[in-house]
Design a protein around this ligand. Structure first.
Ligand SMILES: [Zn+2]
Length: 116
């Protein structure tokens, strides 16, 4: 489950930032997770709960993880139509040409976090 490592990295980044702001506890972390980002929201939530249970983080007992799923979109280089690809090899529904370029869907980043 590589989401455990991903979540560990996220917590490191957020905690470093939170310490610089003299936060005592983190109550919420919002993540943007693209449909094609290779991270499963369910597994991220599970990893978050595991770190929270370890009690050696800045996460408060009630801390919550908010996951904002970013839908995938691709643009066809031939007819310039934007569409929602259903797989990694994006085939244009308009002209049936492959090679669509992903515009969104690969994001994996912290959008915001709250603490005090
Ligand atoms: Zn096309």
């Amino acid at each position: 489950m590589h989401e455990l490592a991903l979540m560990g990295d996220i917590l490191n980044i957020v905690e470093n930032d939170a310490r610089q702001r003299n936060f005592q506890a983190i109550s919420n972390i919002s993540l943007v997770v693209g449909r094609f980002s290779n991270a499963m929201p369910e597994a991220l939530a599970m990893a978050f709960d595991m770190f929270k249970a370890q009690r050696n983080t800045l996460l408060s007992e009630e801390a919550e993880l908010t996951i904002i799923v970013e839908e995938a979109s691709a643009m066809c280089p031939f007819c310039e139509m934007t569409y929602e690809p259903t797989q990694r090899i994006a085939v244009c529904p308009h002209c049936s040409m492959p090679g669509g370029q992903l515009k969104t869907g690969q994001t994996f980043q912290v959008q915001s976090y709250d603490g005090s």
